[in-house]
Write a protein that binds this ligand. Sequence first.
Ligand code: NCD
Length: 305
Amino acid sequence: MPNIISADQFKKEEVEKILSRSAQMEEECRKGKIEEVLRGKIVACVFFEPSTRTRLSFETAALKLGAKVISAENAMENSSTFKGETIEDTAKMLCSYADVVVIRHPVAGALERAAKVAEKPLVNAGDGANQHPTQGFLDLYTIKKEHGRLTNLNIGFGGDLKNSRTLRSLLPLLRLYEGNKFYFLSPKELELPREFVKELKDHGVQFEELRSLEEALPSLDVLYMTRVQKERFADEKDYEKVKDLFIFKKEHLKKLKSGAIIMHPLPKINEIELEVDQDPRAAYFRQAQNGLYVRMALLCYVLNL
Ligand code: NCD
């Protein structure tokens, strides 16, 4: 049974299939002729952490493919988790109602635990600071669509690299492709955890870690900005110290190549100046829209359709 728990689980061949299925979904949406391959299925979307895009794009994807949707937002307060139910028991129950269960949870590893008892495919819509594999796929799809390739690119990641689960899911997917160089741009406090640095070294990946945003900008084909993940800080004072350290400003646009793109998983708070939105290189709203096509493809993937 194909679950989607971590981006690390995918082989290149599967990734390629999912990317081309996503392109097919985009084409079907554009033509307004969508084959309702999920007719008769029920998709559950249960979110224990806030979400706008992930939940609503999954629900839209399910509905477009002809499925019905059951949904719990704010599930930390509005589900039996509030009473102390374990993720294992919740997942087991959801599997008796739905054909696919999409879950977002604040605890890293929660989806892996749930998958051990689930009898239906599970999709990880984000587990703590750990993984967000469906975002990784939509990010990969966006890079491919915008640049026409996934190889020989200079890709910079800016901001909270310590806590960004989207980065942790995008990196293993990008690593499947040759000739890419990564630039990790963050203050020391938010740097990429050392275990990931070691993993990159072990895989022979080319990368640099820099403490400023500016230096790398002229080399980049993709700048992937991230939000400082306030909810992962134990002490709000520590968040306040770092929250404004890495901001992409309008003046930075001059340093970026004309063919470069700026990505962000959204929501963005103040890490990208508002004026940047007008620049055609700002790809984040196009990126979010791609989430719909990619999630349509991923729902088909877990149902072997
Ligand atoms: C991301 C997440 O939830 O990790 N949001 C999303 O799903 N697009 C990024 C974030 O919240 O900063």
